[in-house]
Design a protein around this ligand. Structure first.
Ligand code: CTP
Ligand code: MG
Length: 215
């Protein structure tokens, strides 16, 4: 059994306000991508970590994570994941992770991989804390919703099949593509450490999370 982690890092970070793409910007004194690369590489069940970068970002990656394995991604996130899946050919299991989520607790990876024994895919989720409202004004029961994080773990052949079959346009995660095959994706407990860095203020919040004990 071979387990490959893909870190998708080919986005432009347009909402982040950072000069270079956000995945290379410092978070708590270290390039954002270096955090998740180190955590995934250090997990005993992960055999290989591949970073999917934007065209021309080789030097940025080399400065952040010397000797990282990389491939070039694509225009949309799903194009980047697909490039990573091609590079991971031969893998039994894949974990797909956003570089925009720097801190990856090993306990979440453990939960995902344990659950993947009985499911084609597993994703980390957290409850929604805020009251939710539709933009037309209707209240939405938050108990029926959850926030989805990465890494997301999949049987590699199933995820490749899901990407090949996907006709749904833009996709913000991979689980929706697997569900589109008619399969059910399992949910495990996520972790606030995995919250995504999207906007400028998220950098400050992420830096404050470092050193915080997460169970
Ligand atoms: N991503 C990618 N390839 C793309 C687009 C996104 O690999 N063509 C990656 C990003 O690098 C990020 C993850 O997908 O790690 C989640 O995307 P998001 O947070 O939206 O990052 P960006 O697309 O870079 O940011 P923005 O949408 O603000 O431009
Ligand atoms: Mg984006």
């Amino acid at each position: 059994m071979t387990t490959v982690a893909l870190i998708v890092a080919a986005g432009s970070g347009s909402r982040s306000g950072s000069a270079a793409p956000k995945q290379y910007a410092p978070v708590a004194g270290r390039p954002m991508i270096a955090w998740s690369h180190a955590a995934l590489s250090a997990h005993p069940a992960i055999d290989r970590v591949i970073v999917v970068i934007g065209a021309g970002q080789q030097a940025l990656l080399a400065a952040a994570v010397p000797s990282a394995e990389w491939v070039i991604g694509g225009f949309e996130r799903r194009d980047s994941v697909r490039a990573g899946l091609e590079a991971a050919a031969g893998a039994t299991r894949v974990l797909v992770h956003d570089a925009a989520r720097p801190f990856v607790p090993h306990a979440v990876i453990d939960r995902l991989l344990a659950t993947l024994k009985d499911a084609p895919g597993a994703i980390p989720v957290l409850p929604v804390a805020d009251t939710l409202v539709a933009t037309d004004g209707a209240t939405i029961a938050r108990e029926t919703l959850a926030r989805v994080q990465t890494p997301q773990a999949f049987d590699a052949a199933t995820l490749a099949r899901a990407h090949a079959a996907w006709e749904g346009g833009s996709a913000t995660d991979d689980a929706q593509m697997v569900r589109a095959l008619g399969l059910s994706v399992a949910q495990v407990e996520g972790d606030m450490m995995l919250d995504k860095i999207t906007y400028p203020a998220d950098f400050t919040a992420a830096a404050a999370r470092v050193g915080v004990e997460t169970r």
